[in-house]
Design a protein around this ligand. Structure first.
Ligand code: OKP
Ligand code: ZN
Length: 364
């Protein structure tokens, strides 16, 4: 294999996390987070010849348990079989109908939850966008293994590795699933870098949505910086997090940086906010690879988002991130304009893997 190929870690396990539906404006529609998304990205990257496809290695449950509560692991692992064993129609995805509002709703109790896991759905899930089917648990596990294998490749010396994670992860909190996410791939990688000796790890989240789960997990931590650019939560999912005033707490104060963007933000305005994000990351002086939560739902034609980026802008963003000079573990999050995902991923990753100056040096 040519040494200049970038590792592309992917698995077919996600294909069974399919047949999903969600509610949009009161109507049941096919879930925007579809298996096709990952397939078109993989095919587009492989067609360039610049990526080496590799299967994930099994890293076991311990790295997940370092970030998520054991009861959440148990829930994700067994909720489907529990539901079907108790009469759930296996042709339909599981979605919660009653939410346990932790800390707010008087009269709801955490002290006693139903024994049947599918009746606990609303205790572990914060929205109606996160359907569960028979293949969900194994897809979520594979997605974590993809992320951790990508991190291994960068620690082995690659300047960039791309983990084609599906399902995505950045909305998943310590004890909560949501926003199509079950396990927080980026947080699990960041924590594993700390476990392997890093003193400071930086996470940059360029998905259109705020990564409320990643923020929650590292809220009080000074050793993990979380920097996110996202649609203004005043008008956009997840609505209740991602405001600029959220900066972390205790010794983690200042290690959370939120840069909300107004609807219609174009490439130039995006690049200028990204400049602020990159300054914060450079100042943090991480001693580990950059963990990148990578979404393409900032694209102008994304069906559920409202920014205005073009395919060329992803090359500019990739080049800008490359100026940090940090090795990068890039992990797929969102992006729902399926027809454009391949071109956007190729534009972004190509600029990140071979910045213009380095490309010049490669020339004979
Ligand atoms: C996941 B990722 C708004 C519905 C929002 C959930 C979106 C999850 C996005 N009408 N549905 O960050 O791309
Ligand atoms: Zn998103």
């Amino acid at each position: 294999m040519p040494t200049n190929q970038t590792p592309l870690i992917a698995s077919d396990a996600h294909l069974a996390h399919a047949g999903l539906i969600e509610l949009l404006a009161g109507q049941e529609v096919p879930c925007f987070e579809s298996p096709q998304r990952a397939t078109v990205i993989r095919d587009a990257l492989l067609a360039t010849g610049d990526y080496a496809l590799e299967a994930p290695e099994d890293h076991g449950p311990d790295p997940i348990a370092a970030v998520h509560e054991l009861e959440l692991l148990d829930f994700v692992e067994h909720v489907w079989t529990d539901a079907v064993a108790h009469g759930w129609d296996a042709a339909r995805p599981l979605l919660p109908d009653t939410f346990l509002l932790r800390g707010y709703a008087a009269g709801m109790t955490l002290d006693q939850l139903p024994a049947k896991r599918h009746l606990r759905l609303g205790a572990y899930c914060f929205d109606t966008a996160t359907p569960i089917v028979a293949g969900t648990a194994s897809a979520a596990r594979a997605s974590v293994d993809i992320a951790l294998t990508a991190a291994d490749r960068v620690l082995d010396g690659a300047q960039l590795a791309y983990g084609l994670c599906r399902p995505p992860g950045h909305h998943a909190g310590r004890n909560l699933i949501g926003g199509y996410c079950f396990f927080n791939n980026a947080a699990i990688v960041a924590e594993s870098l700390v476990a392997r000796g890093a003193a400071r790890v930086a996470i940059l989240d360029v998905d259109f949505h705020h990564g409320n789960g990643t923020q929650q997990i590292f809220w009080r931590r000074s050793d993990v910086l979380y920097v996110s650019l996202h649609g203004d939560p005043g008008g956009i999912y997840p609505y209740y997090s991602g405001y600029a005033t959220e900066r972390g707490a205790d010794s983690g104060e200042g290690a959370t940086v939120n840069l909300p963007l107004p609807a219609g933000t174009d490439g130039d305005a995006y690049l200028s906010s990204l400049g602020e994000a990159l300054e914060a990351i450079a100042a943090f002086d991480a001693d580990a690879p950059l963990v990148l939560s990578l979404g393409f739902d900032t694209y102008h034609a994304d069906p559920i988002c409202n920014l205005a980026l073009q395919t060329d802008d992803y090359a500019r963003i990739g080049s800008a991130i490359a100026t940090l000079g940090m090795p990068v573990v890039a992990l797929q999050e969102g992006g729902y304009a399926v027809d454009a995902l391949g071109a956007n991923a190729a534009a972004f990753l190509d600029a990140l893997r071979a910045p213009r100056s380095a490309r010049g040096q490669d020339m004979p």
